[in-house]
Ligand binder design. Sequence first.
Ligand SMILES: Nc1ncnc2c1ncn2[C@@H]1O[C@H](COP(=O)(O)OP(=O)(O)OP(=O)(O)O)[C@@H](O)[C@H]1O
Ligand SMILES: [Mg+2]
Length: 220
Amino acid sequence: MSLLVAQELYRFFHVGDEEVKALHGVSLAVEAGEMIALVGPSGSGKTTLLMCLAGLDEPDGGTVRLLDAVMTRRPEIEKTRLRSKHLGVMRQKDNLFSHLTVIENVSLAQSLSGRAVAGGMLSVLGRIGMINRASFLPAQLSGGERARASLAVAMASAPRILLLDEPTGEVDLNTEEAILAILTEFRKHGGAVVVATHNLAVARIATVTLTMKDGKFLND
Ligand SMILES: Nc1ncnc2c1ncn2[C@@H]1O[C@H](COP(=O)(O)OP(=O)(O)OP(=O)(O)O)[C@@H](O)[C@H]1O
Ligand SMILES: [Mg+2]
């Protein structure tokens, strides 16, 4: 069974007289062990698709199924429960609670899921070189450190699926390599990753690359 399935997703935004077709009939199945790179120009719909897959945005049409549960058109509280249990989400921005320290952000994600990651929270931070920033607030971190903390939060609950929006946006080369190694190990251990990126190094380690343009996959 696919871990995550999207069928015919549509999402329209209206700003003034303008209608933006952010998603225009997108279907996708995510299998265990897979890393799907979503690429394509700015504004092509990558973030919108990730947010709909995560149940953080509701598509105007189509369905999202997470394992054996339907995520679309479901009460928020049930979507939150499903998301906390199975998904690790890293948004393009604002992924951390600003009034909580790094370690508090990680431990909140873990307690919401009711599950602990092997080796504990410090191991998650240690692997991405953030132990010495554990007690910092997000505003006290650099852009790259914020990205690393966000990844730690996404992985804190030992999810089956990671949905990541530009995880290497502002990081240096060493951190980029560390993040890529973590993601490859995650999928080789049976996890699945869907990652929106403009970074060729990320796309290179993906098992599947899907190019978006104007709210659709080019390959369709
Ligand atoms: N809340 C919103 N209201 C109005 N339009 C929106 C909203 N969110 C997204 N859009 C529009 O939907 C389109 C797709 O946006 P999206 O953020 O999904 O693109 P993207 O592929 O992630 O781009 P980038 O590579 O720059 O991150 C854009 O044209 C954007 O202006
Ligand atoms: Mg985006």
